[in-house]
Structures are given as C-alpha cells and as structure tokens.
Design a protein around this ligand. Sequence first.
Ligand code: 1PR
Length: 590
Amino acid sequence: MGLFLLDYGAGNVQSLANTLGTLGHSFKWITSPADFDDATCVVFPGVGAFQTAVDGLTSRGFLEPLRQYIISGRPYFGICIGMQVLFQSSSEASVPGLGIIPSKIDTFSNEDKTVPHMGWNSVHLLDPQQDADDGLDEALHYYFVHSYRATYDPEREPDAAQWVHSVTQYGREIFVATVRKDNVFGCQFHPEKSGDAGMRLLDTWLRQPVSARHRPTPAQRLPFPPRPKDGFTKRIIACMDVRANDQGDLVVTKGDQYDVREKPPPTTIIQPPGSPPPPCASSSPPLTVSATVAGAVRNLGKPVALAARYYAAGADELALLNITSFRHSPLRDQPMLAVVRAAAATVFVPLTIGGGIRDTVDPDGTARSALEVAGAYFRAGADKVSIGSEAVYAVERLRAGAAASEASTLDAEGRGRGDGSSAIETIARAYGRQAVVVSIDPKRVYVDASSYEGPRRDELILGSGEEEGKAWWYRCTVSGGREARDLSVVELARGAEILGAGEILLNSIDRDGTGRGFDLDLVNVVRRNVSIPVVASSGAGKKEHFVDVFENTGVEAALAAGIFHRGEVRIDEVKEALTQRGIKTRMTRP
Ligand code: 1PR
C-alpha cells in the first residue's frame, strides 16, 4: 500500500525521487504489474519521448494496469509525458496513448519561436477561485522542456477542455499546462525541476485528502486568447568546469581562453656551481636558464557544494562539464556520476552534464555506447547531456555523406540527414531532443576580407568599432579547443539541429574567462541559423553584459562561470539588472 513511482526505464526519474525524499514522502518503485493493486497513489515522472514511454510501459506489461489503476479512481499524478499519455495520441509517436482525455498531442509551431519550449514560464489558472489552494501560483514560474503540447480549444474540443486546469502561453500559442479531474492531476512542466514552486505543488497534491480531489465538473470552459506577451523568461545558467587537480581530486576550475592552470612568472633556474655543463655549453660559471613551469590547476571549489550554492542563489539551471573527458571516460567508476548524483540530491533546477558523451570502452574492455553513457547520467539525475567533440565528428560525417550521395542523405527540404548512429541521434530518439545539447567551442579565424575567396565567404563577420577593418569567421574545435577542424560554427550548429539536438551551448574560446562580454557577433550568427534554443556563453564580466546579450541577440539563455565562482557578481544582481530593463526573468521567493 502507499505511494508508488512509475519508471519505464528512460530519462531522469531520480530527481523526482530526490524531491519526494526531501519533502518527506516515502515511496516504492513499481516493479511489476501487480504493484498497481497495492498502490494508493501513483506518480509517473514521464521524461523523454512519447513513443519510448508507451513502448517502455507496454514491454513491462504496465500499460493496461496503469489505465485500470487510473479508471479505478485512485490518485494519479503525471508529469510531462506522464500527462501526455493520458491523451489519445501524439504526432510524435505511432502508438496510441491511454485515451482518458479525448484530445491529441501535437508539435509546437516554430514560426514565431524556438522549439523545444525550454525554460521557465508562468501559468494561468482557468478557475483561480476554485483552484486557489492547489499549490499552483500564477506569480511564479515553472520549468518546461518539450516540443509537443496539448492545445486548449474549448470551442472545438469542449470535453477535453473540461480537464484543463491551467494554461501557458509560448509565443502566440496557448497550451495546456496542467490537467485536473477527480483523481487525476497532470502537469506539462517538471515540478521536480521547478525549485520551491514545483515542490509546493507536488506536496500540496500528495497531502490533499481524497475528498478534496473531487470537485464539481467546471461549467463550460471559455477560450483563452493569447496576450500581447507570453510569460517565458530568460535563463541564467551557472557553469562549473570540472576536472581532477594534480592531487587527483575533482574540483571546479576555470580557464582563461581554456587554459585552466595558474600562470606563474617565468622561472629562472640557476645551475648550481660544479654541476655538469649541459651539452654544447661553455665551461664558464653559473648558467641561467629561463623556463615556464606549468602552474597548478586552478581550484575554485568543490562541484557539489558550488552547485548547491548556485541553486540557493537563484540560478535557473546548472551545467557541469567534465573538461578532461577526452583523455579517458570509462563509464564504470566514473567519478562524475557520483558528482551528478550528489548534486541532483540538493539541486531542484535542471542539470546539464557534458564531457565524454560518446562511445567508449571500460577498463575491462566492455564497450559502452554514447547512449549508455548518457543513460547513466540521466539515471544519476541529469536532465540534459551536452555533446562536444562527438557532435563535430557527427556533423562532419553528415556533410561528407550529403556531398557524396545526395539521394540517401537529403531530406524533403534538401537538407542532409544522418544515418541514425551518431550520439545526437541515438540519445534524441530515446530521450527526446530536449535532452540533447550540443556544446560548441569556436575560435575566430581572421582573414583579409578583400582577398578572401575561401568557402566561408558568406559567413564572414566584418568588424566595427574597435574591430574596424578586421574580418573573421568562426572555426570549430574538438578536445576542449586543442584541435581545430575544418568546420564553421554555422555548419556545426545547422548540422546539430538536423541531427536532432534540442539546444546549442555556444562557448567562445576567444572570450572565455576574459570578462570582455559575450561575443555578440558569434551569438547572432548562430541564433540566426538555427531554430532551437541557444545559450550564450563565455566572457561575462559584469551584470550589464547579460543585458547586452539579451537586448542585442535573440538568445534564450546566458551562461557564466568565472564571475559567479569568484563572487564578483551575484545571480540576483544579474536578474535585477535584467528586470530593470524590462527583460523577464524567473523570480524566486526570498
Ligand atoms: O568534447 O564532448 O568531451 O565535451 C567537453 C566539454 O568540456 C565541452 O563542453 C567543452 O566546452 C568543455 N571544455 C573542454 N575544455 C575546456 C577548458 O576550459 N579547458 N570548457 C572546456 C569549456 C567553457 C565554458 C565556460 C564559459 C564561461 N569551458 O564552460 O564555463 O566559457 O566562462 P566565463 O564566464 O568565465 O567566461 P566533449
């Protein structure tokens, strides 16, 4: 008897388990169809893709018992896909849903906005008086991450509209944020990733007496016309570059243009008198040699402690990047997994994990696919994985394939498509494209614009102001900037979108750690060329730089590391500066 969590084997379900633990609710996992008989409450944290979810439920024999459980009138709380499966079907999948809500799930239009809808948005209760004590707060923001949604259309679908409890606006589209009827509550956003606001909603519902769940069916629902502006906010992300220091401890470090070691002054080595002369040296007295000795890896703190600090400080999202994963990244005994597990236990906003998401081999010779590596991170509590070097290689293959054989690699719009085997494609297929971030490490290549005849002519940026007279394009690198590739940032970003990435994390090796502000030319050129969300990264030195990047580019999120680690600027100061300029951000209760 009691509270059960339903896991169909994909996505980050650990975060919900952590949230319930923090709220003091004990629970069991549903491990067999018979568990539905014992359940007095079921929560389904449906993360990933509709098809994978229904396939996963079917293969475990859970689909029909779940339907019967819900029909029996016992409490059900569905999150994201856990809400969507209540509907008849989804255009994302070839399998039907549970058919409890008489409507369909369809994709967002990307005509006026980026898709996925990824970030913090507000909700509007349809019946604010009756539902005031449901724990949902119209003044707060909730974390959404999805490409498919249920529309709210009371005129054409009056029966489905009876289920709708609150709606959200993204661009000009109004869609279902929560459903509520008798024993069923469902939300499109992730309460377990929505900080205190989400926790309050979950806790309120789980503690609600059964009698309070049954409400009179609402009177006829009225249309909810879109407002001039949606409630979507700009995200502020704190990033932690993680690596082992010289003592072997995992620490958060921070580089200048990707060099994370302290820069000691050139060391003068004095050759002691009487020591043997080096080859070709004269026998004359003390020899002095100038040498640069590499400094220690900068240590800015412990990743889990810093993650907890940034969560408390109001970060909308956190990124943990394993920056030396290119050396070796065995999945077994991977210390980053322990870091993710510990961070996810105390952080209730989205976590992106990057570094080493690729096919790899354990020390015992066991091969691990990128999908398995990503799966291990998701199970540990990551919400998104970020792919760096592997994305470059995948896009290079995509472009080579398109050049070699038009017929097999061009889609209906004449764009290349992958062979399905890359890390981006396999992970997006299993977990949904919203779980796949492509991290780009570009570097400027300066050219003489008057004579340049190379292939990136259309991508050349002509400098202005202090950079008047200069021209450049942005070249991609792999292995943390150590190797330059013959691929431009535009080619990589477009290719990543085609392969199925849901977001671009756009670094800049030129600006990293400089405090000179984001490279707005870089951000704009990528923003213009893709229709998925873009995170601007590298170079933030003061709060005004965040205002600049949001006012001058259409970017959805901005990330910083150094200024937050060194305590030079606080996250709430950044948000205050944005609010003063009329840029919407998520507000947390003091
Ligand atoms: O190639 O899939 O294994 O991924 C490796 C990941 O590690 C990539 O995301 C790559 O960007 C990252 N990485 C590799 N080497 C470094 C390094 O610094 N030596 N860090 C590195 C990337 C950039 C940002 C940084 C921002 C903001 N660091 O993470 O946080 O530039 O900094 P700022 O606000 O202080 O300017 P794979």
